[in-house]
Design a protein around this ligand. Structure first.
Ligand SMILES: [Mg+2]
Length: 209
């Protein structure tokens, strides 16, 4: 079974529990949502530029009861363009810039998919595998990955969860995981849709597939 990789931890390591959590998760794409994306990929920590307001937005989502799971496609790893260690440096730079903007901008998990498109992994967006594993880790469920979350053996309640991203693949992952999908303008980032994300009555704008 394909599994995503996890920043600075084994995928099976337990995740800290949070008192009073209602089960809601904000699944966030990374590039074009938290930091500026690049056509030729963000390849090293020096290329990480925070999208203004991302740290404040993450802090606001946490204050509203969401746990934060970053789910990022990183095919350059399996394409041989950079290593897991290079990617760890990049992810660490994102973490530090978010916290520099707002000390409450804590990310609960960063999951990434090293798979290339031709590997057809359910763990690569638009597959739902990273969202499934994020849910399972935060809820203490056994890890399992399928091509649609309705096929999972262990069911779950996603509450107010949503997926926010700047690409069709992100909206596809939202649909295949049965959560609301919100499109982010990659030039603005998540701060541009924060009001919508905090509105329980907003159904999002995932693609019809
Ligand atoms: Mg993106």
């Amino acid at each position: 079974m394909d599994l995503p990789r996890r920043h600075q931890a084994n995928i099976n390591a337990p995740v800290e529990s949070l008192d009073g959590w209602d089960g809601s998760i904000a699944y966030l794409d990374r590039d074009g949502v938290l930091n500026v994306g690049r056509e030729d990929y963000v390849k090293n920590a020096d290329e990480v530029v925070l999208l203004k307001g991302s740290g404040h937005a993450v802090a606001a989502l946490r204050a509203a009861g969401f746990r934060i799971v970053v789910v990022t496609n990183q095919s350059p790893v399996n394409r041989g363009m950079f290593t897991h260690d290079d990617l760890a440096d990049i992810n660490q730079a994102v973490i530090e810039l978010l916290l520099a903007e707002n000390s409450d901008a804590h990310l609960d998990l960063i999951l990434y998919s090293p798979y290339a498109p031709w590997e057809y992994s359910p763990v690569r967006k638009p597959g739902p595998g990273m969202l499934q594993v994020g849910r399972q880790l935060l809820s203490g469920l056994p890890l399992e990955v399928t091509f649609h979350s309705s096929m999972l053996e262990h069911k779950f309640d996603e509450g107010r969860s949503f997926m926010a991203g700047d690409r069709d693949a992100d909206m596809g992952a939202a649909m295949q995981h049965d959560v609301r999908g919100f499109r982010v303008d990659c030039n603005v980032g998540i701060a541009g849709i924060l009001d919508r994300l905090l509105d329980d009555n907003d159904d999002g704008d995932a693609l019809e597939i």
